[in-house]
Design a protein around this ligand. Structure first.
Ligand code: SF4
Length: 252
């Protein structure tokens, strides 16, 4: 499996609290895939895709010391069994597959879920965090418990035809396992969220708004208007708990 590689060379597999969405606060083991098919300009896991030689712009480009990543330094390739050994080693039955875009490696996750369920019998709970552009097959959809879909808005800087696949979003919602989580930067983003939610006919209780923030100060600044937008629409508010508890760090 192609996983994100920590600066010490270890795969990004860690035990923490789920920080976003429906499962917020739930102790979980995170497994971070490398590679993504999008290139959001505010992405906070840009070490999974923003490689030297690629043309994509990032908000951090002007930051002193920021540079695109060397792909070979950011990926660790491990057999499914080795990933399962590490993930199961925490003794926690809740797993979150994140990235990058984990559904680029769908068959690996199916094999991992089979392996982990074999160890924890029926107590396993699997969540995946996806950008909603990849439709997994029946085997994956049967095995996964929760699909956290984060369709990207215009604020990502990615062309609409790449970031929004309504047929995929509809199919994911039809599983009854999917929530939509929108990262909103300004109140102007709400019009796009409203249009999408209406087009998709999604239950408002399945929609989360989350402030775009990489610091607690940014979270707090946006919290008021995002919360008010949720109240009016019957949406849910998602914080970024890991940011409050641990700061903008990897592996937490
Ligand atoms: S889809 Fe997610 S991982 Fe991929 S570039 Fe956008 S924010 Fe980053």
């Amino acid at each position: 499996m192609k996983l994100a590689r920590m600066p010490d060379g270890e795969p990004e597999i860690f035990h923490t609290l789920q920080g976003e969405g429906r499962g917020i606060g739930l102790p979980s083991v995170f497994i971070r895939a490398s590679l993504c098919n999008l290139h959001c300009r505010w992405c906070d896991t840009d070490y999974t895709w923003n490689w030297v030689g690629t043309p994509f712009a990032h908000d951090r480009d002007a930051e002193p010391g920021y540079a695109k990543y060397r792909r070979e330094e950011q990926i660790v390739d491990l057999p499914v069994g080795a990933v399962a050994d590490r993930a199961a080693g925490y003794g926690c039955p809740n797993f979150v597959f994140t990235g990058g875009e984990p559904l680029l490696h769908e068959s690996d996750w199916v094999a991992l879920m089979v392996n982990l369920r074999g160890r924890f019998v029926e107590s396993c709970h699997f969540e995946v965090e996806t950008n909603g552009t990849q439709l997994p097959g029946a085997e994956f959809l049967a095995a996964i418990d929760q699909i956290n879909v984060s369709p990207k808005l215009g604020n990502s800087g990615v062309e609409e035809k790449l970031r929004l696949r309504p047929t995929v979003l509809r199919s994911l919602l039809e599983t009854g396992k999917a929530d939509l989580k929108f990262v909103v930067a300004t109140e102007a983003d709400l019009a796009e969220v409203d249009r999408l939610a209406t087009e998709l006919g999604v239950d408002p209780g399945r929609v989360f708004l989350m402030p775009r923030a990489t610091s607690v100060a940014e979270l707090d600044r946006a919290g008021g208007w995002v919360a008010a937008a949720c109240v009016i629409r019957g949406f849910r508010y998602s914080d970024r708990l890991h940011l409050r508890l641990f700061g903008a760090k990897r592996g937490v």
